[in-house]
Design a protein around this ligand. Structure first.
Ligand code: SF4
Length: 100
């Protein structure tokens, strides 16, 4: 048998940080855009989501998760879709991709 058991991580460990997020139990519509959402409505929804994220105890883990997959939709770690796309491009080019 090849391979190592030590490389296998239980899925519950990978996602456990989410149980400590401020968004737990909240309506996910705050974090993910409905079909066709644009302009002012989108800006206000993202602003609300980012406000919730700003005091989240797992913000850094959430952001890193969203950058590493990468997650294409929604606000993760206080970062919206368009901002995350820039960070991902920067990371692929070898940039630090830090969010202040
Ligand atoms: S950073 Fe935001 S999206 Fe991520 S777990 Fe916390 S509240 Fe939820």
């Amino acid at each position: 048998m090849t391979g190592s058991r030590s490389t296998l991580i239980p899925l519950t460990d990978v996602w456990q940080w989410q149980q400590h997020g401020n968004c737990q139990g909240m309506n996910e519509a705050v974090f993910f855009p409905p079909t066709g959402e644009r302009g002012h409505a989108r800006m206000m929804r993202e602003r609300r989501a980012k406000q919730i994220c700003s005091s989240c105890p797992v913000l850094n883990k959430c952001l890193e998760h969203s950058l590493s997959l990468p997650e294409p939709f929604g606000v993760w770690g206080g970062v919206g879709e368009s901002e995350r796309a820039i960070l991902i491009k920067d990371r692929r080019r070898g940039g630090a991709s830090r969010v202040a």
